[in-house]
Write a protein that binds this ligand. Structure first.
Ligand SMILES: [Zn+2]
Length: 104
């Protein structure tokens, strides 16, 4: 299974908004930002599911597990198709819900 290693800023414009307006890149960017919001919300109740996997959403509606690794990169893995990835440079974006916690 492929592992997607992504620098989130590649999908953002100068204002920090999602740059691709349509097509697969837009879908990918929306998925990635949803993963970041899910993984970085440390107050999130356990039962709130992760985003639907961008790869198998049409067929399996797979939900991804999210987390943060020792390098402070966000990691995710689809429970249905096992696609997994890492997201770097997410801190300080609009979808970073952890703001302030790191420096406390
Ligand atoms: Zn999947």
């Amino acid at each position: 299974m492929p592992i997607y290693s992504i620098n989130l800023t590649h999908y953002l414009d100068d204002m920090g908004l999602i740059e691709p307006k349509r097509g697969p890149a837009r879908k990918m960017a929306e998925f990635l930002t949803a993963v970041v919001a899910h993984a970085s919300d440390f107050d999130r109740p356990e039962e709130i599911p992760g985003p639907v996997c961008f790869r198998c959403r049409k067929r399996d509606q797979g939900i991804v597990d999210t987390g943060i690794n020792e390098d402070w990169a966000i990691v995710w893995q689809c429970v249905a198709c096992n696609t997994q990835g890492q997201i770097s440079n997410w801190e300080g974006t609009f979808w970073d819900l952890s703001s302030g916690l790191e420096s406390n």
